[in-house]
Design a protein around this ligand. Sequence first.
Ligand SMILES: Nc1ncnc2[nH]cnc12
Ligand SMILES: [Zn+2]
Length: 330
Amino acid sequence: MTHLPVAELHLHLEGTLEPETIFELAERNKITLPYSDVDELKALFEFADLQAFLDLYYANMSTLRTAADFAEMTDAYLTRAAIAGVRHAEVFIDPQAHLLRGIALEEVLEGVTSALDASVANHGMSSGLIVSMLRDQSAESAMNVLDGVIALGTPILGIGLDSAEVGHPPSKFVEVYAKARAEGLHLVAHAGEEGPPEYIWEALDLLGVERIDHGIRCMEDERLVERLTAERVPLTVCPLSNVSLKAIGRLSDHPLESMLRRGLNVSVHSDDPSYFGGYIDDNFREVSDALDLDVDDLVTLARNSVTSSFADDVRKAELLAEIAGAAESL
Ligand SMILES: Nc1ncnc2[nH]cnc12
Ligand SMILES: [Zn+2]
């Protein structure tokens, strides 16, 4: 199947480090990994829950040291995403995970933005960066990152909130989000992945987010579904991730189809593709195989990804026209 043009809105750059790349980086940076080869590492890609994944995800980041490493990781993602049909990418980076192990914010941002700055020229893809705060770290730490990014003057699209969800509600970050809003930044947050529907309410009402990342647990709260539908709040759903992290038992039980039927503004994304079995094209193919989705549903998902993006109106119109063109030949 040719891929529909899409916007990738939920993608952690550090979650695109393929096992082979982790070993290459480790060798280059003289880091000893606790696995002897790629197969031993891949054998660990069975996760009991979000925390089990996060432990491995953070451990493997130790291989990233220089701006060149961050640039290479980012460009490798853009190369793979272009093959998947991604025409616009808004990607997350987790600066605190690198600051905590002594890598300077400048190093991280310089590497990532140098690759993103060339995304149009090298991949025909528009792009932007979302700085994501680790919710299991303090609000003060998140504020320091925000201040650091502002001081450096690095152009970013906005801020996000990720990492271990349960026990770290959005309310913890009210001041950080207020400051980011005052700076004119876009606001998104992971909520309702493992955490309860109340965290989605908080992300909307206390943080003022424009998109919810994941949000699948909204389906447990009828009033919330009504609100999200009425306000067309985008939910960036990552089906392969949800199965891999046991938020959902099997792909055939994924609520994506019910969410679409309820009129929720859902789109499909890849989260941490190297760990969860696939990029955005793999997510589209697997949900269309496992769920009762027709071509119109797939086109709706692609269109929602574009209308939910932070691209400007001209770019959105271009991308919607591309989707309409591609849909004719499906
Ligand atoms: N699926 C996910 N949930 C929360 N934090 C993350 N960081 C990277 N992937 C994540
Ligand atoms: Zn995520």
